[in-house]
Design a protein around this ligand. Structure first.
Ligand code: ADP
Ligand code: MG
Length: 254
């Protein structure tokens, strides 16, 4: 494993004439939790999607664990990877969205087993054991045979986290994982994420949960208008923001 888990260099992304990412540079070391804050529309989700190559960037480069995402470098030139190779790169990156997107017709256990079974390098029994252990870990050991519709939003999001972990990712991306939840359910999801962080998982977390960023984050990135306005140790940035835009944003969410 390389020491740096994510390195983004001068990442640019446009949709048509709309330039959404205007040169993002960022580094997340292995085992770090990097929290990304910023107003709506600042490009946070787009950036996460670029990291696992769900979006193709227009300029710059993104490395995950030393692997150039989406491309192969040969003779000083970049060659786009085929779908299979991209899928292989993506497999080591777990993603959790605001909406849990569980398969409604599958049980909780089947949801967690689905991806590793589809990839088919492991026996079903091994995948099942791991899935049960993961569901235990997120506090849902008693819900393996339930269907998503029978669970609360917080429980569904914990299943979504277990499902991402079932692929044994080396990096987890979270895009506002608690924004769609009723306030009383936010804590149980943050607790699972905290436990993951304590266990050494490298995480990039887009969130408005300042308390989580302060307590769990190793690094805080503040984005606005497609650029990283400010970054640093969460406590320092939150207590003493250096830029007016950061101050204005924090005064609204604190
Ligand atoms: P954030 O997550 O910070 O709220 P997003 O990354 O979702 O911001 O969006 C940044 C900007 O990019 C917004 O103006 C949004 O409308 C635009 N955008 C995002 N995805 C697309 C897309 N697929 N096509 C066109 N515009 C998009
Ligand atoms: Mg977003």
């Amino acid at each position: 494993m390389s020491d740096v888990m994510v390195r983004a260099e001068n990442v640019h992304k446009s949709f048509g004439s709309l330039e959404v990412l205007k040169g993002i540079d960022l580094e997340v070391r292995a085992g770090e939790v990097c929290c990304v804050l910023g107003p709506s529309g600042s490009g946070k989700s787009t950036f996460l999607r670029c990291v696992n190559h769900l979006e193709k960037i227009n300029a710059g480069r993104i490395f995950v664990d030393g692997d150039l995402m989406g491309y192969r470098e040969r003779g000083g030139k970049l060659h786009e990877l085929g779908e299979r190779d991209v899928a292989k790169q993506r497999r080591s990156i777990g993603m959790v969205f605001q909406r849990f997107n569980l398969f409604p017709h599958m049980t909780v256990l089947q949801n967690v087993m689905e991806a590793p079974c589809r990839v088919k390098r492991e026996s079903k029994a091994d995948v099942r054991d791991r899935a049960v252990a993961l569901l235990d870990r997120v506090g849902l050991g008693a819900k393996t045979e339930s269907y998503p519709g029978q669970l609360s939003g917080g429980q569904q999001q914990r299943v979504a986290i277990a499902r991402a972990l079932a692929m044994r990712p080396k990096l987890m991306l979270f895009d506002e994982p608690t924004s769609a939840l009723d306030p009383e359910l936010v804590g149980e999801v943050l607790d699972v994420m905290k436990d993951l962080a304590r266990d050494g998982m490298t995480m990039v977390v887009v969130t408005h949960e300042i308390g989580f960023a302060r307590e769990v984050g190793d690094k805080l990135i503040f984005m606005d208008g497609g650029v990283v306005v400010e970054q640093g140790a969460p406590r320092e940035v939150i207590a003493n923001p250096q830029h007016e835009r950061t101050r204005a944003f924090l005064s609204k969410v604190l």
